[in-house]
Design a protein around this ligand. Structure first.
Ligand code: WT7
Length: 656
C-alpha cells in the first residue's frame, strides 16, 4: 500500500471521532492552558480588554476603556494616543530585535528576500516621507492596489505612520472596482504596480488602470512599484502625476518619527460586499483594532515570536491579510512568510516546499485551499518535510469535516491542533475560535468565543435560542469592531444595529449551538455570497451583468461547489426576447470580470424568459436557490406568476 493510500484510510477512520483533545506535546508548551482566562474576562470584561491594550506601547496611556454613551458608535481607549507603525516596528527595533526577520518573501519564480524588522522600519520611514512629499497629510486616504510584494506592507505601515488612512483593494479586483473605491473614499494618492505576475504570466496593471484613473478628480498622484518590469511593455507614466516607488524612495528623507494618533483615529478603510450592490467601506480604528489583532494573534495561534515561523496565506487585499499577515504578526514581533504566488504554481506542491524551506510552524489558510490540495493528492505534501508545523488554522467559510480531517492527518500529521477561526471584515479580529492548548475541537465547529468576546444565538424576534439553530449575534462591543461605514453612518446603524438594537451586533450568519455549547457557523442569511472564502454580494454581481447591453434582467444565487464552497449561478433574461448563446455567455462572463474581477464570474448562466417576482416586483432569489439545488420549492404563493418557476426548472434540467 502506498503512503498516500494509508493516509486516506486514516482520514476515513477518523471520520467517526467526534472531538479531538489538544495533542499532549502541544499542550505541554502552549501559553494558554487554563480556563481561568475565560473567567477572568467574564468577571471584568473591560479590565480584561484594558490589560490586552496595555500590551501595546502607548505614547499617552488611556484612562477610559470604553465610551458607550453614543451606542452603537462605541469608542475604545479614547483619550490614549499611539502609533500603529511604531508598535509594529520601532518598539521591536528598540528592544534589540532589529535583525529578526519580519518577512521571508518568496516570489513566484523562487526569488527570495529576507526583510528584517530594521529593514522594514527603514523602508517605512522613507515611504512615509515620500507620501508626505506628495502632499499626503493625516486623515487623507491613500489607495493601495498591489500584488503580494513586500511594498504592500511598507505602504500600509507608512500610511499608519503619518495618520493617512489606507484603502487597500485586492489585486484580483478590476480597474473599475478600484475606480469606484477610490472615488467614494476620495483617495489622494494610489500606490500600485507596473505589472503583476500570476502563474508565470506578466499582467499589466498600471496601463489597464489608467483610463479608470482619469475619472478621479481627487487623485493627485500615483506611485508605481516595479513589481515585474517588462522592457517589451513599458509602463505609461504621466508627467507630474505618476512617480516610480524607487524614485520616490531615493529622494525621500530617511527619518520619519511615528506621529502619535488618537486611539480612535481611523487606521484604514476596507471595502467589503454587503447585501446590496454597493460595497461597504468598513472603517477600523487604531488602538482598538491593534489591540484585537495582536491579542488574538498571540492567543489563538499560541505565538512564540522567538521560535515560530508563521504563514498566513491570505492576500493582503482581504481583512485576513490586514489583520493576520500585517498588523497582528508585526505588532507581536513575529517572523512571517509572504508568498507572492498561487498555490499550484509552478507545481501543486509549492506550499509544502515553502513550509519546508522556511520551517513554517504555524499555517493559516482557507478551507477552499485545503480542498484544492486534497484534490491534487496526498503525494504532493508527502514529498516534503512538514515536521516544523505545530499549529494549523482555517478561516473564511465553514470547513467541512472531511477537509478538516485531511488537514489534520496529512498536513498536521495528527500532531497539530486546528484552530477554525470565525470572524468577519467588520469584527477586525478573530471572535470565535478554540484556544489550541485548551479547547477540545470538533471538526467543523469554531467552538467558543475567545475570552472577552460575547456571542449568542437568537431567533428573529431576538429571543435567545439556547440549543439548535439561530442567528448569530455579538452581545457586547469589542475593541476591534468596525467604527462605522465610511461616509454612511446611517447605513452602519441599519446594517448591524437595527435588527436587535444598538447593544447587539447582527452578524448576518446563522449558526447552531450543540449540547456542549459549541458554535457551528452555517453561513450567511443575507444575499452575501462566499466564493473561495471571498465575499461578494448577489446585488453587485447582478448590477454588473445588467450593465451588459444585451441583458434585460439578472438574478444571482449560489450553489454548493466542492472546491470553492459556493459557486455563482446567474439567471439572465436578454433584451427583446433574444435567445442566449455560448458567445453571449462568454461575453457576459468577461463583462463581469471587467466590472468586478475574475472571482465574480458566474460558473453557470441559465437563460430565463422571466424571473420569479413578487407582486411588488421583487425577485425571489430564495426560489432560484431552491431550484438550482434541486430542492423542494419553498412558499410560492407570493409569486406574481407561479408558472415562471416551472419553466425555469425545465431550463435548469436541460442544462441552462
Ligand atoms: C463571513 C465573513 C474573516 C476573514 C475572512 C472572511 C464566513 C468566516 C468562517 C468560519 C464559518 C466563516 C461567515 C462570515 N466565515 N470565517 N471559520 N466558519 N464561516 O471575511 O469576507 O468579511 O466574510 O465569512 O459567513 O460572516 P469576510
Amino acid at each position: 500500500m502506498t503512503e498516500g493510500a494509508s493516509l486516506d484510510q486514516r482520514v476515513a477512520e477518523l471520520a467517526t471521532v467526534e472531538s479531538f483533545e489538544p495533542p499532549a506535546a502541544f499542550r505541554a508548551r502552549a501559553h494558554a492552558t487554563d480556563a481561568a482566562l475565560f473567567e477572568k474576562a467574564d468577571q471584568d470584561r473591560l479590565a480584561f480588554w484594558a490589560e490586552q491594550a496595555r500590551a501595546l506601547d502607548w505614547e499617552k496611556p488611556f484612562s477610559t476603556v470604553l465610551n458607550d454613551t453614543d451606542a452603537p458608535f462605541y469608542r475604545w481607549f479614547e483619550d490614549g494616543t499611539l502609533n500603529a507603525s511604531y508598535n509594529c516596528l520601532d518598539r521591536h527595533v528598540a528592544a534589540g530585535l532589529g535583525d529578526r526577520i519580519a518577512y521571508h518573501w518568496r516570489g513566484e519564480e523562487g526569488e527570495e528576500r529576507a526583510i528584517s524588522y530594521a529593514d522594514l522600519l527603514d523602508s517605512v520611514q522613507r515611504f512615509a516621507n515620500a507620501l508626505r512629499d506628495l502632499g499626503v497629510r493625516k486623515g487623507d486616504v491613500v489607495g493601495i492596489y498591489l500584488p503580494m510584494v513586500p511594498e504592500v506592507a511598507v505602504a500600509m505601515l507608512a500610511c499608519a505612520r503619518i495618520g493617512a488612512v489606507h484603502n487597500v483593494v485586492f489585486g484580483g479586483f478590476s480597474a473599475e472596482a478600484v475606480r469606484e473605491r477610490m472615488a467614494v473614499s476620495r483617495a489622494k494618492v494610489l500606490v500600485t504596480a507596473d505589472h503583476a505576475r500570476r502563474k508565470g504570466k506578466l499582467n499589466a496593471v498600471k496601463s489597464v488602470l489608467d483610463p479608470a484613473l482619469e475619472e478621479l478628480p481627487d487623485l493627485s498622484h500615483v506611485v508605481v512599484v516595479r513589481a515585474g518590469a517588462d522592457p517589451a511593455q513599458p509602463c505609461p507614466m504621466r508627467e507630474g502625476r505618476d512617480v516610480y516607488y524607487d524614485d520616490a524612495m531615493a529622494t525621500a528623507a530617511a527619518s520619519c518619527p511615528a506621529e502619535p494618533m488618537e486611539a480612535e483615529h481611523p487606521l484604514f478603510i476596507l471595502y467589503s460586499s454587503g447585501s446590496t450592490g454597493k460595497p461597504k467601506g468598513i472603517v477600523h480604528s487604531t488602538g482598538g483594532y491593534l489591540t484585537g489583532v495582536s491579542y488574538t494573534h498571540r492567543l489563538v495561534f499560541d505565538l512564540d515570536p522567538e521560535r515560530d515561523v508563521y504563514w498566513c496565506t491570505a492576500d493582503v487585499g482581504w481583512i485576513t491579510g490586514h489583520s493576520y499577515a500585517v498588523y497582528g504578526p508585526l505588532a507581536n514581533g513575529a517572523t512571517s512568510v509572504m508568498f507572492e504566488g498561487a498555490a499550484d504554481y509552478p507545481h501543486p506542491g509549492i506550499w509544502w516546499e515553502v513550509v519546508e524551506r522556511y520551517g513554517v510552524s504555524i499555517l493559516y489558510t482557507a478551507p477552499t485551499a485545503i480542498r484544492a490540495c486534497m484534490r491534487w493528492g496526498t503525494e504532493y505534501p508527502a514529498r516534503h518535510d512538514l515536521s516544523s508545523l505545530r499549529l494549523l488554522g482555517t478561516v473564511g467559510e465553514p470547513i467541512n469535516p472531511k477537509a478538516w480531517l485531511w488537514y489534520h492527518t496529512v498536513i498536521g500529521q495528527e500532531r497539530c491542533p486546528i484552530v477554525d477561526t470565525w470572524w468577519q471584515t467588520e469584527t477586525g479580529s478573530i471572535m470565535i475560535a478554540p484556544l489550541p492548548g485548551l479547547t477540545e475541537t470538533k471538526p467543523g465547529s469554531a467552538t467558543h468565543p475567545v475570552p472577552g468576546v460575547c456571542a449568542d444565538l437568537v431567533d428573529s424576534s431576538g429571543q435567545t435560542v439556547p440549543e439548535g439553530t439561530g442567528l448569530l449575534v455579538l452581545t457586547e462591543p469589542w475593541p476591534s469592531m468596525l467604527r462605522t461605514l465610511y461616509g454612511e453612518e446611517e447605513r452602519y446603524v441599519r446594517a448591524y444595529f437595527s435588527e436587535f438594537g444598538p447593544e447587539r451586533y447582527a452578524v448576518g450568519d446563522s449558526a447552531r449551538r450543540d449540547t456542549d455549547g459549541y458554535y457551528w457557523v452555517l453561513g450567511r442569511v443575507d444575499d452575501v455570497l462566499n466564493v473561495s472564502g471571498h465575499r461578494l454580494s448577489s446585488g453587485e454581481v447582478e448590477s454588473a451583468i445588467v450593465a451588459h447591453d444585451k441583458v434585460a434582467e439578472a438574478a444571482v444565487v449560489s450553489e454548493p461547489d466542492e472546491i470553492t464552497g459556493e459557486a455563482i449561478v446567474a439567471f439572465v433574461t436578454l433584451r427583446g426576447g433574444v435567445q442566449g448563446s455560448p458567445e453571449t455567455e462568454a461575453d457576459i462572463r468577461e463583462h463581469v470580470s471587467a466590472r468586478i474581477g475574475k472571482l465574480a464570474r458566474p460558473s453557470r448562466i441559465i437563460w430565463a424568459d422571466d424571473l420569479p417576482k413578487t407582486r411588488s416586483g421583487k425577485i425571489m432569489r430564495r426560489l432560484l436557490r431552491d431550484a438550482v439545488q434541486d430542492r423542494e420549492l419553498g412558499d410560492v404563493t407570493t409569486l406574481n406568476d407561479p408558472g415562471v418557476m416551472t419553466a425555469l426548472r425545465d431550463r435548469i434540467a436541460s442544462g441552462g
